[in-house]
Write a protein that binds this ligand. Structure first.
Ligand code: SF4
Length: 243
C-alpha cells in the first residue's frame, strides 16, 4: 500500500498519461500490470506505456468468447511491442459452464456470466499485484464519471491507475492516427465498444458508444469496474478460485 495515496491521488489529476504511468512503474515495479481488452483506448495506452517501460506487463481477461479480430490484434500487439500478453482465462470452460448453468447464460443472466468469465478471473489475477492500470475514461459511462487517475480500488484491494481517465473519444482517435497505432478493425464497422461476441453488436446512427454492449438489457458494465449482484451458485464457483 502506498502510504501517501491521498496526496498522490490529488497530484495525479495534474499529470498527463505519461506522468501517471511513470509514477506507477516507479511506485510498484513489477507489481503493477496493465489490463487490456484491446479497445481503441487500450491500444493508445499500450503504445504510450511500451515506450516508457520495456518490461511492460499486459494481461487480458480472455473469456474465450472474444472476436477473432480481437485475438488477431493481441498477436499483432505482441509482435509490434515485443511483449507477451498474458491470457487470463476462467476456471470453467465454455462447455462446463453450459453443463452447469445452461447453454446461453449470457442471455439469461449476463451478470452471472460476467462474474464467472471476467470478474472471478480478474480477482484472482489482481490478488498478486499492488496496482493495476486500466484504460477507462470518465465519459464512457455514468459509473466511470468519477474515476480518478490514481485511486484505491476497494473492490479488489489494490491501487487502480487510470492514466487516460480525462481523455475524450476524439483525443483517443487523434492519438491513434498520429502515432499509427494498430486498432481492432471492428471499430471501422461501428463496433464502438468491443467485448464478447455474444454480447456485442455494432451501434446504429444516433446510439451512444456503448449501446452495442448487452443491447436490449439495462446492463452497462461487466463488473470489472463496478460491483454487480450475482447468484449464490456463481458466487461459490468464483470464490473457490479466488478467495
Ligand atoms: S460479456 Fe457476455 S459472454 Fe462475455 S462474460 Fe459477460 S455475459 Fe458472458
Amino acid at each position: 500500500m502506498i502510504e501517501n495515496l491521498e496526496e498522490v491521488q490529488i497530484l495525479a489529476e495534474t499529470w498527463n498519461a505519461e506522468e501517471v504511468l511513470q509514477w506507477s512503474f516507479e511506485a510498484f515495479g513489477n507489481r503493477v500490470e496493465m489490463a487490456s481488452g484491446f479497445g481503441v483506448e487500450g491500444m493508445a495506452l499500450i503504445d504510450i506505456a511500451a515506450r516508457l517501460n520495456p518490461d511492460l506487463r499486459v494481461f487480458t481477461i480472455d473469456t474465450e468468447f472474444l472476436f477473432p479480430e480481437t485475438y488477431q490484434l493481441i498477436e499483432r500487439v505482441e509482435k509490434r511491442y515485443g511483449i507477451s500478453v498474458e491470457r487470463v482465462r476462467p476456471g470453467l470452460t465454455p462447455e462446463v459452464q453450459a453443463e452447469i448453468f445452461g447453454p446461453a447464460l449470457w442471455s439469461v443472466n449476463p451478470d452471472d456470466c460476467c462474474a464467472l468469465r471476467k470478474v472471478g478471473p480478474l480477482k484472482e489475477k489482481l490478488s498478486g499485484l499492488g496496482g493495476w492500470i486500466t484504460a477507462i475514461r470518465r465519459d464512457q459511462t455514468s459509473a466511470r464519471a468519477n474515476a480518478r487517475k490514481v485511486e484505491w480500488d476497494a473492490k479488489f484491494q489494490l491501487v487502480k491507475i487510470n492514466p487516460i481517465a480525462d481523455w475524450t473519444t476524439k483525443y483517443v482517435w487523434n492519438y491513434i492516427f498520429t502515432h499509427e497505432v494498430p486498432y481492432n478493425p471492428l471499430h471501422d464497422a461501428n463496433f464502438t465498444s468491443i467485448g464478447c461476441t455474444h454480447c456485442t453488436r455494432a451501434v446504429r446512427a444516433g446510439e451512444d458508444a456503448r449501446a452495442g454492449r448487452w443491447a436490449g438489457s439495462e446492463k452497462k458494465e461487466c463488473g470489472l469496474h463496478v460491483e454487480l449482484p450475482v447468484a449464490p451458485l456463481v458466487r461459490i464457483a468464483t470464490s473457490s478460485a479466488c478467495d
